[in-house]
Design a protein around this ligand. Structure first.
Ligand SMILES: [Ca+2]
Ligand SMILES: [Ca+2]
Length: 336
């Protein structure tokens, strides 16, 4: 495995130097800090023709071959102005305690194992959804939500979700409560029947809806009174109110994973089926704003920079993808 710290930029070169993040080895053993890496190399884009960039793009940075292992989610912590990346490292359902959380600065400097399951004090199996609220980094992990100090990475306990099989995304709502999905998968990805949307308020867990077939809910985007959900199974976007009512369902993409809201109000959904990020308004049409991104998992959004944060689950890469400024937005694509 190549250990070079590689910075691939397409389009406008925006990642500067100083990308001296540690490129720690992938197999997450309890290793001492690795010896200093050779100087970072800037290499031209290799043969891989990912057509993620378009001339209209302000900037696209691909963080590749830096040690990510099955990255599932990227979230922006606006307080510290850093991005966190969850790395499942292995199967999404294995309790192997080798998961880790990376920390990235907006210019691309990486602390690969900011939080590491290999540390004796840290339990992390298959970290997926991430949320930052009140100085706490929330991390979903198969059947629970783990909490860490967002500044230091120190563990702060966990919230068990009884019976859950595949706890996936998490996000904080405007009232400070947390919304969490269980995608309802067994290790072989057959249905476990535990599909659910939960709301956690002051540590108390409540199942929002008792409906059986929720289409394998994945990404969550809370708003006042409930949350938008995107589904991996049925390829939908729908709203679940705090009263448990499911409404406003529509098809978007397919095999949907993450969902964020842009500062211009549009909602963006990542789709494995189309290898794209689709943006639009619920109830209206959606267009592909970013294309050619294979296995785009739980996307994040840096509002200040109007930047999508896209983990490529199967490629061990993270893309920092600036969007066109407001007013000239969105039509950068044929929208097939
Ligand atoms: Ca793991
Ligand atoms: Ca997800």
């Amino acid at each position: 495995m190549q250990r070079t710290f590689t910075h691939l930029t397409i389009g406008f070169m925006m990642c500067l130097t100083a990308c001296g993040g540690r490129s720690a080895s992938s197999e997450g053993a309890a290793t001492p800090p690795p010896p200093p890496e050779p100087p970072p190399e800037h290499v031209p884009p290799p043969v891989e023709p990912d057509p993620v960039a378009k001339p209209e793009d302000v900037g696209v940075v691909i963080l590749a071959k830096v040690g990510f292992q099955t990255p599932e989610s990227v979230v922006h912590d606006p307080t510290q102005d850093v991005y966190f990346v969850s790395n499942i490292n292995g199967s999404p359902t294995d309790k192997d305690d080798n998961g880790f959380i990376s920390k990235i600065t907006p210019s691309g400097e990486i602390t690969l194992k900011f939080i590491d399951g290999a540390d004796a004090a840290v339990q992390l199996n298959a970290p997926k959804g991430l949320a930052v609220a009140g100085g706490v980094l929330y991390v979903t992990d198969i059947d629970r939500v783990r909490m860490f100090d967002a500044k230091t990475g120190t563990p702060r306990g966990d919230i068990v979700i009884p019976g859950a099989t595949f706890v996936n995304d998490i996000a904080a709502g405007p009232d400070g409560s947390l919304y969490v999905t269980d995608s309802g998968f067994k290790p072989d990805f057959s249905a476990s029947g535990t599909d659910a949307v939960f709301k956690i308020t002051s540590g108390a867990l409540r199942k929002l809806t008792t409906e059986k077939d929720l289409g394998h809910p994945n990404g969550v985007l809370p708003d006042a009174g409930g949350t938008w959900i995107v589904t991996f199974g049925s390829g939908e976007l729908y709203w679940v109110s705090d009263k448990g009512k499911r409404e406003s369902a529509q098809k978007v993409g397919g095999q949907n994973d993450g969902v964020v809201r842009l500062k211009d109000g549009r909602v963006c959904v990542s789709s494995w089926e189309t290898s794209s990020v689709h943006c639009g308004s619920p109830g209206g049409s959606f267009i592909e704003v970013v294309t050619g991104v294979a296995s785009p998992a739980d996307i994040g959004y840096d509002e200040g920079r109007n930047r999508l944060l896209i983990p490529l689950f199967s490629k061990d890469e993270v893309i920092l993808h600036d969007l066109p400024a407001q007013g000239e937005a969105g039509e950068a694509d044929s929208g097939t």
